[in-house]
Design a protein around this ligand. Structure first.
Ligand code: ZN
Length: 429
């Protein structure tokens, strides 16, 4: 038994002062008002539930600070991303990902959804273990002390009606059946769950969508949707439908589906998503960095679509900044303040259900013991009302992170973070 005493805690019933969280076998077994016991780990400030980073491509972290010269577009950025992907193997991917997940852990992330599509060797062939790259990511999360949902991604085409380009070959299993067989060989572990993903309507033809949905079964199913207007235009030209309409008709919008980005949606798309019971994962710092646009967060919530947040390409790994960017995007496009209440931002930050961990993301008995302690006395947060501090704090204010009952980072430090610069330099050498 290890106990954490919280000066203030963000409970389902609201913020409460003086809360003892009792932990056994990685889970919360008691939450009660109490004076600080002498042997409890004392967490000052405000303790929130652990954050879920619902959309990650770990290797994109190596592009940070290297794509800002010479202008360009999403599509020219993608070319740089492909050349980086070509350098990865299971060893380098493991070393890079564990440092990236360490960075996430230090920022308060206790579970990552890894949208994984770099499956096979560059230049063709298969690894001896065809899931070696996915295994590298699962191991990386274990090393960093956080949980992972490996969203194993089906990727079969280079674009609508376009064969795979040479640099995309390693993303593809060749057929949807081969993808499903490879995913089917993976098993859940205490820290890792298997999920599925449709890369996009660009990369999976409509005829193959139902087979992906079948293979996903009751697991989370994520899909990039309408990140760029060009995707909508190509989809409408080829099929006479938006990507959301196409996914709906293929049965791919279910309560287990998460539409990632959902930036350029029609009113009908928003209603289809809302009616499906699925969610949407917005990635505001990426959508700003890549000039994607601002997604309709308020309209999605009003249609009944729960939101989650992802750092996606990791130009920024700071869930609190991601949440603030969500609200700031809403303000910029609407001319109104307070479009999402602070509690709605915390709900998005802690949406682990989108990753297939429905019990996580709450400080209550039965949940994984994931705690993020925020300073209320830093230069950024001093004087803030605790209920509104998510609109002022950054990852620099996260002083202690507990994942599955274990302290994984303190004051922004994680033992695996030291490797990050060296492994990135090696990939670009
Ligand atoms: Zn993505």
């Amino acid at each position: 038994m290890s106990d954490y005493w919280c000066e203030r805690a963000w409970l389902p019933s609201g913020i409460q002062a003086g809360v003892l969280v009792r932990v056994s076998a990685g889970a919360i077994v008691g939450v009660s008002a109490a004076e600080p016991p002498p042997d409890a780990h004392r967490l000052g400030g405000l303790v929130l539930p652990g954050f879920a980073n619902a959309h990650s491509h770990a290797f994109h972290r190596a592009l940070r600070g290297r794509t800002h010269a010479g202008g360009g577009t999403f599509w020219t950025w993608r070319t740089a991303m492909y050349s980086l992907a070509a350098t990865l193997d299971p060893d380098t991917y493991h070393r890079l990902a564990r440092a990236v997940y360490a960075e996430m852990a230090a920022a308060g992330v206790t579970c990552v959804g890894e949208f994984h599509y770099v499956h096979h060797p560059a230049g063709g062939g298969r690894y001896a273990d065809p899931n070696a790259m996915g295994e590298a990511l699962r191991q990386a999360a274990a090393d960093a002390g956080i949980r992972i949902t490996l969203l194993d991604t089906c990727y079969l085409a280079g674009g609508i009606g376009t064969p795979l380009a040479p640099e995309q070959q390693r993303f593809s299993d060749g057929t949807v059946e081969a993808w499903a067989a490879r995913v089917g060989a993976q098993r859940d572990a205490p820290h890792a769950r298997v999920g599925a993903a449709i890369h996009s309507v660009r990369a999976v033809p409509p005829a193959d969508l139902p087979a992906v949905v079948d293979a996903a079964g009751q697991r989370p199913l994520h899909v990039h949707v309408s990140e760029q207007p060009a995707e909508n235009e190509a989809c409408l030209a080829a099929y006479g439908r938006t990507p959301t309409e196409l996914l709906h008709e293929a049965g791919a919008l279910t309560p287990r589906t998460t539409a990632v980005h959902a930036t350029h949606l029609s009113a009908k798309d928003i209603q289809l998503l809302g009616g499906s019971g699925g969610g949407a994962c917005l990635c505001p710092t990426t959508e700003a960095d890549l000039a994607d646009g601002i997604g309709p967060a308020r309209e999605l919530l009003d249609a009944g679509t729960p939101l989650s947040l992802g750092s996606d390409q990791h130009a920024v790994v700071d869930p609190l900044l991601e949440a603030r960017a969500l609200e700031h995007g809403e303000r910029l496009r609407s001319g109104q303040r307070g479009r999402l209440a602070p509690a709605e931002l915390v709900a998005a930050l802690t949406n682990h259900a989108s990753l297939g961990w429905p019990d996580a993301g709450r400080l209550e008995v039965g949940a994984p013991a994931d705690l993020v302690a925020l300073r209320l006395d830093s230069a950024r947060t001093a004087g803030c009302l605790p209920a509104q501090v998510v609109l002022a704090a950054t990852a620099a204010d996260v002083h202690t992170v507990v994942a599955s009952g274990r302290v994984v980072a303190v004051d922004g430090r994680h033992e695996l973070l030291d490797d990050l610069g060296a492994v990135i330099e090696e990939l670009w050498a």
